[in-house]
Write a protein that binds this ligand. Structure first.
Ligand code: CAA
Length: 254
């Protein structure tokens, strides 16, 4: 796919990894539909994308975890652009906690159902809903589109992330399922598993935990958000890449 003039949706597109993806795809001339809950940051990023070369960049405030909102979102995007060529399922949150904590034989803490559900709703259900609605629009518009699910190195199982690891393993598997199911329509699907990247999400980790993990990265640094955006660009541009996951983690392996 040549990104110039193509319509790409990025969820969580206002900041962090999604913001870096928006900037990179804008400079390739893509038209962008940026989706986020943070309206102020979204408007700022959208304006920046136009300056960087996006032919058309629009903001959409929507909660990816709500079915009716996601259905309405993709209806509006298809009507506004008259096309849909790509989706990056990037929106995600963390609610880290140990599964259980015991002190002197007494349980002192456990991951709450709220912590579990919040992450599953956004990071797993949100990806399912956006992927389903994007694929429907691509089929209806006759677009040979591509869906990229942002997984994580945590999909292998990261301490403190029962909820997040389960969701990120799920979105990688969904990319494989969709690549197989949607190939008959000419639609591709793939995943990217970032390691620890210098975004607010990683930088707001407990300092001891962050330092411990940073010390284990063979590349001896956290990644740059644009290094993930480059992987997104590669997947869109390579028409034979489908059903697989690219790890971009500085050689850290959990
Ligand atoms: N690796 C190694 N050890 C870890 C660990 C990890 N990822 N997470 C926790 N531990 C260890 C702690 O060092 C501690 O060990 P000791 O008992 O020997 O001291 C033990 O597990 C309990 O941890 P805490 O004392 O920190 O427990 P807490 O209840 O205060 O905090 C926590 C729990 C919030 C989960 C905290 O441990 C934490 O932040 N861990 C890191 C979780 C993590 O890696 N999150 C990644 C966020 S970034 C992201 O998700 C983006 C992405 O895609 C990679």
């Amino acid at each position: 796919m040549d990104l110039n003039g193509k319509t790409i949706v990025i969820t969580g597109g206002a900041r962090g990894l999604g913001g870096a993806m928006a900037a990179r795809l804008a400079s390739e001339g893509a038209k962008l539909a940026l989706v986020d809950l943070d309206e102020a940051a979204l408007l700022e990023r959208t304006a920046a994308c136009v300056e960087l070369g996006s032919a058309d960049a629009r903001s959409y405030v929507a909660n990816v975890a709500k079915e009716a909102e996601v259905e309405g979102l993709f209806d509006r995007i298809a009507a506004d652009f008259g096309a849909l060529d790509g989706l990056v399922n990037n929106a995600g949150i963390t609610r880290d906690a140990m599964l259980l904590k015991y002190k002197d034989g007494q349980q002192v803490q456990k991951m709450s159902i709220e912590q579990w559900q919040a992450v599953i709703d956004v990071n797993l259900t949100g990806v399912f809903l956006c992927g389903r609605e994007a694929a429907a629009k691509m089929i209806e518009l006759g677009s040979k589109g591509c869906i990229v699910n942002i997984s994580s190195i945590s999909r292998a199982g990261n301490m403190g992330q029962t909820n997040y690891s389960a969701a990120k393993a799920g979105v990688q598997a969904m990319a494989v399922v969709w690549a197989k199911e949607l190939a008959r329509y000419g639609i591709r699907a793939a995943a990217i598993a970032p390691g620890f990247i210098g975004t607010e999400m990683v930088m707001s980790m407990k300092p001891e935990a962050r330092e411990k993990i940073e010390g284990m990265i063979p590349a001896r640094r956290v990644g740059d958000p644009d290094e993930i955006a480059r992987a997104v660009q590669f997947i869109f541009e390579n028409d034979y890449f489908s059903g697989r996951c690219i790890d971009v983690d500085g050689a850290l392996r959990l």
